[in-house]
Design a protein around this ligand. Structure first.
Ligand code: PGA
Length: 238
């Protein structure tokens, strides 16, 4: 069966965009494109009730306990989430999340029957030093069967998108790092300043199976256009 494109809306610390719960919401999945919304914890229930496929922006690996401010993977699943982001660069940078933490999150997410989206990506300094793929390879050690991978070069987030050909090369590198039985099955998303004008260039790269979108996902019109681009292109994994 051909893979469906996966288009993820990471709303970060913002309220859900207007019309997210409307009958014609652009955040709803279509026959050919799986769309997932990542709201704040406070808005998970609203998204689930609106019929959106919903994910948590992060989750703690422990089931419960003295973890002020945290939410566990099990709690996300009970609230109706189907996905969870693990290791987004903003969590790695500003919350001290380590590779070991991310590996524990991935494991706990799978145990809680959530699909982890393992986020990997190098900094500008690492890229300039020619160590970009070393970082990606190291971060991929948290990969397990059942994960989606999102390649998000840190320098491209909220800034200037990577060259789609560069993304394609790194995606191909990532695929080769995966266990051979999972290589073709695994969705590898690109993230970093995707917009309606560049979405087709990314999605038409052979190893790009979807997109993780921040800024443009807060504009329903732009996000809807990106979903339409994915629909127009048909199946992922061309
Ligand atoms: P951006 O964010 O689309 O605003 O670059 C992507 C992300 O951080 O997931």
């Amino acid at each position: 069966m051909p893979k469906r494109f996966l288009i993820a809306a990471n709303w970060k610390m913002n309220p859900p965009p207007g019309g997210f719960d409307a009958p014609d919401s652009p955040y709803k999945s279509t026959a050919t494109v799986e769309v997932v919304a990542f709201p704040t914890f406070l808005h998970i229930r609203d998204c689930v009730d609106a019929g959106l496929i919903t994910g948590g922006q992060c989750g703690h690996p422990e089931k419960s306990g003295a973890r002020t401010g945290d939410i566990s993977m099990n709690m996300l699943q009970t609230a109706g989430c189907e996905y969870v982001l693990c290791g987004h660069s903003e969590r790695r940078q500003s919350h001290g999340v380590t590779d070991e933490d991310v590996a524990a999150q991935v494991q706990a997410a799978l145990a809680a029957k959530l699909i982890p989206i393992l986020c990997v990506g190098e900094s500008k300094r690492e890229q300039e030093a020619g160590r970009g793929t070393d970082t990606v390879q190291r971060q991929l050690q948290a990969f397990q069967a059942g994960c989606v991978v999102a390649y998000e070069p840190v320098w491209a987030i909220g800034n200037e998108a990577a060259d789609p050909k560069y993304a394609q090369e790194v995606h191909s590198f990532i695929r080769l790092q995966l266990p051979s039985a999972l290589r073709e099955k695994t969705n590898i998303l690109y993230g970093g300043s995707v917009n309606p004008a560049n979405a087709a260039n990314f999605l038409s790269q052979p190893h790009v199976d979807g997109l993780l979108i921040g800024g443009a996902s807060l504009k329903p019109g732009d996000f809807g256009k990106i979903v339409q681009v994915a629909e127009g292109l048909g199946a992922a994994g061309k």
